[in-house]
Design a protein around this ligand. Structure first.
Ligand SMILES: [Zn+2]
Length: 109
């Protein structure tokens, strides 16, 4: 057994499909748009939407409320495997190349 690390290593990549496992968007899935490795956070398309007040820049600007995707901590999401759904990422060495696999079925992710 390997030791449990307190920091989270981001194993996700852009364009990965993830499922939210906690919070207000629980059960929803989306595509990863941005990855913040320093803070272990990701931005997922259409998820964790927050409303932000837009500032008026010009006199005739309308301003108002804009909806943006707020970053999610990676511990709040799981990657989606095409075969078995939400899963964890594992690794396998294949021809000296490290590939990502589904920990449930071993399918390449
Ligand atoms: Zn799988």
């Amino acid at each position: 057994m390997s030791k449990v690390k307190t920091c989270y290593k981001v194993k996700l990549k852009k364009e990965d499909t993830v499922k939210v496992v906690t919070g207000k968007d629980i059960g929803k899935t989306g595509r990863v748009l941005k990855i913040d490795r320093t803070n272990s956070r990701i931005v997922v398309e259409g998820l964790n939407i927050v409303k932000k007040a837009k500032k008026k820049r010009k006199q005739n600007d309308k301003g108002g409320i804009v909806e943006i995707e707020a970053p999610l901590h990676i511990s709040n999401v799981m990657i989606m495997c095409k075969k078995c759904g939400a899963t964890r990422i594992g690794y396998k060495i294949n021809d000296k190349q490290k590939i990502r696999i589904c920990r449930k079925c071993g399918e390449r992710l």
